[in-house]
Design a binder for this molecule. Structure first.
Ligand SMILES: Nc1ncnc2c1ncn2[C@@H]1O[C@H](COP(=O)(O)OP(=O)(O)OP(=O)(O)O)[C@@H](O)[C@H]1O
Ligand SMILES: [Mg+2]
Length: 327
């Protein structure tokens, strides 16, 4: 199941909504993101996803845990170390393994792909279906796409739903992702696709009304301005609302016990520049030290932890945290 659409349109948010019903059905839901600046790291999103799954399994009742561990051991055999090399958490489940035999690079890649799809098949069972969500596929590395094709081809993996999100405006017909999807279709794979469009003005109005606790009739004037600025893109819309609040153009009035907004000023803002400019503007208003710290953080990845950041920043954790707090 592919979900396509413009940046900020709600692809990741939509797919994450299905998390709950899946867990209710005792399924596993795991996700990994491809990173714009880590396209040379093979299998990145695949490998990001699985430590979480191992953690989920380790919290299962002993009997189920043992069952899965035994099955993994059987199916991976003497070569289990190949997978532990890339997902060290697996060792917690199946224990130390003998070193794998050395192979030439293409043989090693084939072995890896084969073992990895076997590995997946252990988790994707009728009693506990597996959903893997690969986000930001427009940045997928070639090895990951190849593995995706292989997994889709394997008829003995039955209870697996592979979901992917991608920015459709950033892939052309010759993009490796599109070619891979074509190949999967040609091989008879089932590929469903949802293309998300922006929120309509009335949907956006529901969001605005809900946010400021107004009736939809009363919030419409504000919505019209937000819609003009954002064309219904939910990311831009929520950012714009936050911006208006920060700038004091949406403000709470204690006497009246409700939110008020300064429509004339908002109109002026809605006409000028785009939301990206406003967001950049807000970053530039942060203290210089906070901006420097954010630059370092951005170099780590789209997620970072305080420990790593404080090492890079070469300051104590509490000092690092205090600068970060502004942001
Ligand atoms: N239908 C919706 N109603 C309200 N808010 C939404 C809706 N869809 C998305 N959002 C919000 O909009 C923001 C952007 O959504 P999301 O991150 O899912 O976009 P995306 O399509 O994955 O973008 P990108 O291509 O940059 O990854 C999030 O804060 C999300 O909570
Ligand atoms: Mg996303």
């Amino acid at each position: 199941m592919l979900v396509g659409g413009f940046s900020g349109i709600g692809k990741s948010a939509l797919v994450n909504e299905i998390h709950k019903p899946i867990v209710e059905k005792r399924g596993y839901f795991i996700d990994g993101k491809f990173d714009q600046f880590q396209r040379d790291i093979p299998f990145s999103a695949w490998l990001n996803a699985f430590p979480e799954l191992i953690k989920q399994i380790l919290s299962e009742p002993e009997e189920k845990l043992q069952g899965i561990a035994t099955e993994l051991q059987e199916i991976l055999g003497e070569e289990a170390q190949v997978i532990i090399d890339v997902i060290p958490e697996l060792e917690l489940l199946i224990g130390k393994q003998p070193p794998a035999t050395e192979l030439s690079s293409s043989a090693a890649e084939n072995r890896f792909n084969l073992l990895f799809s076997k590995f997946i098949s252990v988790f994707a069972q009728a009693e506990h279906p597996l959903v893997i969500f690969l986000d930001d596929l427009q940045w997928a590395d070639l090895a990951s796409l190849k593995l995706m094709k292989l997994v889709m081809e394997k008829i003995d993996i039955n209870y697996l739903l592979l979901m992917g999100a991608y920015r459709d405006n950033e892939v052309n017909p010759g993009h490796p992702l599109i070619l891979t999807i074509e190949e999967i279709k040609n091989l008879g794979g089932i590929v469903n696709q949802i293309i998300l469009s922006p929120l309509s003005q009335s949907a956006l109005n529901n969001l605005v009304a809900d946010t400021i606790n107004y009736s939809p009739e009363k919030s419409l004037a504000l919505t019209e301005q937000i819609y003009r600025k954002t064309q219904g893109n939910p990311f831009f819309s929520t950012q714009f609302i936050k911006y208006l609040h920060k700038e004091g153009l949406i403000y709470d009035n204690y006497q009246q016990g409700k939110w008020l907004f300064n429509l004339p000023e908002i109109k002026i803002l809605a006409e000028s520049g785009d939301v990206v400019e406003l967001m950049a503007d807000q970053i530039q208003k942060l203290p210089q030290s906070t901006q420097e710290l954010l630059k370092l953080a951005a170099c780590i990845s789209n997620q970072f932890d305080l420990e790593t950041l404080s090492v890079v920043y070469d300051k104590s954790r509490s000092e690092t945290a205090s600068y970060l707090w502004n942001a």
